[in-house]
Design a binder for this molecule. Structure first.
Ligand code: PMP
Length: 398
């Protein structure tokens, strides 16, 4: 039965991580996978998470199933983080949130919901976008289109082209926006541009789907929600897939949420009943630990302020590495202008390195970068910056 099955291609990002693990060069550097690393190159458990876990272990009384949508304290905390606690969407109960296994799980449930309840809708993603977006939507049989985003010549957002392609999106289709820290380019719309996009969305009548995987990694928890909140002033309906993998460092606990925003509370009840049906047929109900940690932290003032400090430290280190990378390359006499890297947000940037240069960095120096030239800035440290920039200077000169 299975003899005809062909080997699937390795995942372009996770496959790179496997190859890195097997790399024998003692000076190897991993700028591939999107996991935060501290100055020592480690991905430690946050102190706030450890403290929350200690409390949970002590107080936990059962391992019985959670509800399909997950605990209320968690879901309320997610909404407060997304909208701001005083938002009228919360007061008017226009949103419903379901816990999900990571941001990917939220996107997958969103995909199934769209496929069943918005028949014929195409999902539009930015060009480029996170490598898994296309697979998640296509795996439920949705059509995926792409809209203009990145200008490789200026290494910036091609906003005119973005507006032009989104004005072709018909009513009833779905457009995916990266809430902040666009993956893979590191380039987000400005506040004014978000406002124009929201206006266009309302004029065209497409449904915005926000993929919000990096809240707090760009400029701050509130600042990073700017685009999302501008949209919510302009449109009545939205889907939001958020992840706590990065901002809580809870990667392997698989914790995130899907939030449906509707025009009225009644619409929200109906839509949410269908979201719950998708979940029930998928994984039945979510795992408990990750969401318990997140809600323990978000609902406790002391743990929350510790978490916010830790999040700020991660954000600051990334910004510092961006600046140091640019200045070190300059000090090495690299003529090419890399200053755009220090203006971008989040863990990723498009370096502009060609596939050949990426291959040379790997074979000669044990430096691992995704083939597209996307670099994870979080993989840089003060210790590896010199050898990294020496190697890049070398391949640029060849
Ligand atoms: N969306 C984007 C843009 C991402 O970068 C990621 C993680 N790399 C995800 C979603 C998925 O997050 P999670 O690991 O929580 O599934």
């Amino acid at each position: 039965m299975f003899e005809h099955i062909q080997v699937a291609p390795a995942d372009p990002i996770l496959g790179l991580n496997d190859a890195y693990r097997n790399e024998t060069n003692p000076n190897k550097i991993n700028l591939g996978v999107g996991v935060y690393k501290d100055e020592a190159g480690a991905t430690p458990i946050l102190k706030s998470v450890k403290q929350a876990e200690e409390r949970l272990v002590k107080n936990e009384k059962t391992k019985s199933y959670l509800s399909i949508e997950g605990p209320e304290a968690y879901r309320d905390a997610v909404q407060a983080l997304l909208f701001g606690a005083d938002h009228e969407i919360i007061a008017k109960q226009r949103a419903r949130t379901a816990q999900s296994p990571g941001g990917t799980g939220a996107l997958r449930i969103a995909a199934e919901f769209i496929k069943k309840h918005l028949p014929g809708a195409t999902v539009w993603v930015s060009n480029p976008t996170w490598a898994n977006h296309q697979s998640v939507f296509q795996s439920v049989g949705l059509e995926v289109g792409s809209y203009a985003y990145y200008d490789a010549t200026t290494k910036s957002l091609d906003f005119e082209a973005m507006l032009a392609s989104l004005s072709q999106v018909p009513e009833g289709d779905v457009v995916l926006f990266h809430g902040c820290c666009h993956n893979p380019t590191g380039i987000d719309p400005t506040t004014e541009q978000w406002a124009q996009l929201a206006k266009l969305c309302s004029k065209q009548g497409f449904l915005p789907l926000f993929d919000f995987a990096y809240q707090g990694f760009g400029s701050g928890l509130e600042e990073d929600a700017t685009g999302l909140r501008i949209f919510l002033n302009q449109v009545q309906e939205m889907l939001i897939a958020n992840s706590f993998s990065k901002n809580f460092g809870l990667y392997n606990e698989r914790v995130g949420a899907l939030t449906v925003v509707c025009e009225t509370s009644d619409h929200a009840d109906a839509a949410f009943s269908q979201v719950k049906r998708c979940i029930r047929a998928n994984y039945s109900n979510p795992p408990a630990h990750g969401s318990a940690v997140v809600s323990e932290i978000l609902n406790d003032p002391q743990l929350r302020s510790l978490w916010e400090m830790e999040l700020q430290a991660m954000r600051t280190r990334i910004h510092e590495m961006r600046s140091l990378f640019v200045s070190t390359l300059r000090a090495k006499g690299v003529a090419q202008d890399f200053s755009f890297i220090s203006k971008q947000q989040g863990m990723f940037s498009f370096s502009g390195l060609t596939p050949d240069q990426v291959a040379q960095l790997r074979s000669e120096f044990g430096i691992y970068i995704v083939g597209s030239g996307r670099i994870s800035v979080a993989g840089m440290t003060k210790d590896n910056m010199e050898p990294l920039c020496d190697a890049i200077a070398k391949v640029l000169a060849d």
